[in-house]
Write a protein that binds this ligand. Structure first.
Ligand SMILES: C[S@@+](CC[C@H](N)C(=O)[O-])C[C@H]1O[C@@H](n2cnc3c(N)ncnc32)[C@H](O)[C@@H]1O
Length: 262
């Protein structure tokens, strides 16, 4: 089984490199080496040794993130799918940024990317160890703020608009919990997120699957799917919603983009 996993991993690496090459973008071609050059590889190697036993027991735990090449390639690919190699200087907020690979990829492509994730005290010891070590090793810890997304609570930094808000492998919707978000929570979140985007800015959600709850649809029930389709485009797990309204004027009481820092 371990042999099979190793083969699949190598195949994924080759496939992702081919797919990234197909974009024909020098920026994308250079992103992997740019992050690799500046990353603290010794620190990642040490972390990898520290959590190796946990990874063997539970390959789906946060220990999976120590596989630097795979996760960096996945995140450069995410950035490519969002067209981030075709622009520069975008203000991007990554919600639930975890170990920070997407922040590192987006910054390597020339964007002003910041992240939020839950406060340290909410992480399991393994998540805390893996996320904080990787954020440090990727030089991204200074771009991450502790902030938890809660149902029916607005984001706290209206005032300066983002060009793009992302959330990959979304968990802030209480994924897999009995009180996983339904349409009212998502509607509130989406409308609030759009208020933090400039006109034409995008909200991208990469949903986690939940077969137990959603059956064949995997990511939503019919009602939630209809809601996402009514506000944006849906492609399996991938939801893209464009802000069609003029950007909101800032509220003096609220925080700002530049205040999203640790
Ligand atoms: C499955 S991980 C995905 C990490 C990263 N986005 C990726 O794709 O590799 C989900 C992340 O969402 C974060 N998260 C969970 N609940 C959250 C909440 N209420 N607010 C903000 N982040 C949350 C977790 O701490 C974790 O970092």
């Amino acid at each position: 089984m371990r042999f099979q996993a190793a083969v699949l991993r190598e195949l994924e690496i080759v496939a992702r490199k081919i797919r990234l090459r197909a974009y024909g973008s020098r920026k994308l071609d250079g992103a992997f080496s740019a992050v690799q050059r500046s990353a603290d590889k010794k620190r990642i190697a040490q972390l990898s040794r520290d959590v190796a036993a946990i990874f063997r027991r539970d390959p789906f735990s946060a220990a999976k993130y120590v596989d630097f090449p795979i996760w960096l390639l996945r995140n450069i690919h995410r950035a490519a799918q969002l067209g981030l190699h075709e622009a520069s200087g975008l203000r991007i907020l990554d919600i639930g940024c975890g170990p920070g690979y997407f922040i590192a990829a987006a910054r390597a492509l020339g964007h002003e990317c910041r992240g939020i994730d839950v406060p340290n005290s909410w992480f399991t010891p393994l998540e805390l160890q893996v996320y904080s070590e990787l954020l440090q090793a990727l030089n991204c810890h200074q771009y991450v703020s502790p902030l938890s997304i809660e149902r029916f609570v607005p984001l706290p930094f209206h005032g300066e608009q983002c060009d793009l808000i992302t959330a990959f492998l979304v968990c802030f919707n209480r994924h897999d919990k009995p009180d996983q978000w339904g349409v009212p929570e998502w509607r509130f979140f989406v409308e609030d997120a759009l208020r933090n985007l400039r006109e034409g800015g995008r909200l991208f959600l990469g949903l986690n699957d939940n077969r137990k709850r959603f059956g064949k649809l995997l990511f939503y029930d019919d009602e939630l799917l209809a809601y996402f389709q009514s506000v944006g485009t849906v492609n399996g797990a991938r939801i893209t919603i464009v802000n069609k309204l003029p950007a909101m004027k800032g509220s003096p009481a609220a925080g700002s983009w530049s205040s999203i820092s640790a």
